[in-house]
Design a protein around this ligand. Structure first.
Ligand code: SAH
Length: 233
């Protein structure tokens, strides 16, 4: 009788909370203390970050650290950003269901997944071919049919799918790549860390208004460097 009750209860639980897994409470705490308490109010972002299983985006040895308040290594010298930075960059580009986004620096695919929960389509480019392949497989397995991953140098953007309402660059560039500005839609928003690698960089927001770019300094951040592929220099 008791066993039957437990089985029925757990089936009902799974049904009511389809995203429930052993990290659900860690994920909810991450959203409450690291994201919401620090001023991110966009309910779509909070909902997306409560849903996306961040522990599946980090290497196995870091699974238990996946909801910590810091970036983590993802191999090939790259990192998955701190959860708050993901939330913040997502908030400043004002995502909604009608928007088309481009991300430069797929990495683990986590930022792309959070964005894809909210926008129409996410195009994402990763320069390390192994990371591009791993993330493409991971996102496909999770059912994200609105994320399109490409391996390559994101400096030149993705002309075939431009213009983009949102462009998120998750690697630190010494200067803003001109092709990305050209591929920004009217009223489009581009967020990018600008500065030398190895130091802190300025997180810059660029908004295209009447064809002109308005620039705003947001905060300082620390990102891995934006690299260039030799055959595109
Ligand atoms: N958004 C990622 C964080 C990635 S770290 C996540 O959610 O996990 C930055 C990534 O940018 C790295 O994987 C790095 O390989 C990639 N990168 C650096 N320069 C690039 C370029 N020119 N084009 C595309 N990707 C680049």
């Amino acid at each position: 009788m008791r066993v039957l009750f437990i089985i029925i209860f757990s089936m009902m639980w799974e049904y009511s909370f389809p995203q429930a897994d052993k990290y659900t409470s860690a994920r909810n705490e991450m959203v409450e203390y690291q994201i919401s308490d620090r001023g991110i109010t966009n309910s779509e972002i909070l909902k997306a970050m409560r849903k996306v299983p961040r522990h599946l985006f980090v290497p196995k040895e870091y699974t238990n650290d996946a909801y910590g308040d810091y970036p983590l290594p993802i191999g090939y010298g790259q990192t998955i950003s701190q959860p708050y930075i993901v939330a913040y960059m997502t908030e400043v580009v004002k995502p909604n269901k009608k928007k088309k986004a481009l991300e430069i620096g797929t990495g683990s695919g986590y930022q792309a997944a959070v964005l894809a929960e909210i926008v129409d389509t996410v195009y994402t480019i990763e320069i390390v071919p192994e990371l591009a392949a791993e993330s493409e497989a991971r996102l496909k397995k999770m059912g994200y049919s609105n994320i399109i991953v490409k391996a390559g140098d994101g400096y030149n953007g993705w002309t075939g799918h431009s213009p983009f309402d949102i462009i998120i660059v998750t690697a630190a560039a010494e200067e803003i790549p001109r092709p990305l500005l050209d591929q920004l839609a009217e009223n489009g928003r581009l967020v990018i860390p600008v500065g030398q690698a190895g130091a802190v960089q300025d997180l810059i927001l660029l908004v295209k208004k009447n064809g002109k770019i308005e620039k705003k300094h947001l905060t300082v951040v620390r990102f891995v460097p934006f690299k260039r592929s030799k055959n595109q220099l």
